[in-house]
Ligand binder design. Structure first.
Ligand SMILES: [Fe+2]
Length: 335
């Protein structure tokens, strides 16, 4: 069964070589191959096969070692130019983003909500931070088998909300291509470049913690020096990561890092938008259940869907009209 993914990878490899290995040709090749990819196995069958495969002695180099994109992400094939990845989505992912890479993905199991956005820059604060006008232009349900292209660059911005637990997606994407930048868009109008922290940045950060634990003053002085060389996006990407998991840093070292960030950027206009995003999150509703319907309703309310759009999708999702309780939950949406 896993060999089907490897055959898929080698077909894509051949087709891409024939097309001259241009990044721009990659999404269409992946889209066609994934659309035609037949995988008539149950999720349970895949889980059992993968359990055997993953114990094998030589896994391809994993694109994501940790569970920061998929819980877990599993790289099935990696030739240094592109990967075939499986993502098991257990958590809801609510990030709106563009891509530095190109490819396509297919929903193997479960279903997702796919939203595409138009993002227009308003004010550039730094080369990696800007305020933006962000509008949802299309919204569609992706059922099992649905395939979508991933276009590199800032013309394609999307969010994929995985409704079923798990939703499993199969993705073919380029790697190690740094010519396009990737942006994370906060829905209240702030965009920050998204990139994994470089080794040097991480090593400096962990050395800061070491010094901080040895002698707080030394650690503070060291942090003040290294932070000068970090861009805003490097700081914010680390900060975002640290707020969800401490990256192994002690509570005090994290706390001082946050204080430093506040003291440097606290008065900036962009930082106020950033803080406003998290303040707004406090008003978000949280569904009691974890079904696709619960997840969709929660998302529609928190993302300011109109009543017409939310109810239309909900009817498609559940196959019948809204219950009284659902009508009540949607009563705050714009009619
Ligand atoms: Fe994406």
């Amino acid at each position: 069964m896993i060999s089907k993914f490897h055959k898929l990878a080698s077909r894509v490899e051949d087709l891409w070589a024939t097309a001259g290995k241009e990044k721009s040709s990659f999404p269409e090749i992946c889209f066609n191959e994934l659309s035609n990819f037949e995988f008539p196995h149950s999720l349970e069958e895949l889980e059992s096969e993968l359990a055997l495969w993953i114990q094998g002695s030589s896994l391809p180099k994993q694109l994501n070692v940790y569970n920061n994109f998929g819980q877990p992400p599993v790289t099935l094939f990696n030739n240094g130019k592109f990967v075939v990845d499986l993502y098991f989505w257990m958590n809801i992912d609510t990030s709106i983003h563009s891509h530095s890479f190109a490819g396509a993905f297919k929903v193997l199991y479960g279903q997702s909500l796919h939203e595409v956005f138009e993002v227009k820059p308003k004010k550039v604060y730094a080369e990696d931070v800007m305020s933006t006008d962000i509008n949802r232009v299309t919204t569609q349900l992706l059922n099992q088998g649905a395939t979508e292209r991933i276009l590199a660059g800032n013309q394609f911005n999307h969010r994929v909300v995985h409704l079923d637990t798990p939703t499993v997606t199969l993705c073919i994407r380029t790697i190690d291509d740094k010519e396009d930048t990737q942006w994370h868009h906060f829905p209240n109008g702030l965009s920050i470049e998204k990139r994994a922290p470089e080794e040097k940045v991480l090593k400096n950060l962990f050395y800061y913690e070491y010094l901080f634990n040895r002698n707080p003053e030394k650690g503070m002085a060291f942090l003040a020096e290294i932070i000068e060389s970090w861009s805003i996006s490097e700081m914010i990407n680390l900060y975002e990561q640290m707020t969800t998991d401490s990256m192994g840093l002690s509570e005090d070292a994290c706390g001082f890092f946050f204080e430093t960030l506040n003291s440097i950027y606290g008065a900036s206009e962009w930082y106020a938008i950033y803080e406003n995003f998290y303040e707004q999150l406090e008003d978000h509703v949280h569904a009691e259940g974890d079904s696709a319907i619960d997840r969709f309703m929660e998302h529609a309310i928190n993302s300011n869907y109109s009543y017409a759009q939310a109810s239309q999708i909900l009817i498609t999702l559940q196959g019948h009209s809204l219950s009284e309780m659902q009508e009540m939950n949607f009563s705050t949406l714009e009619k």
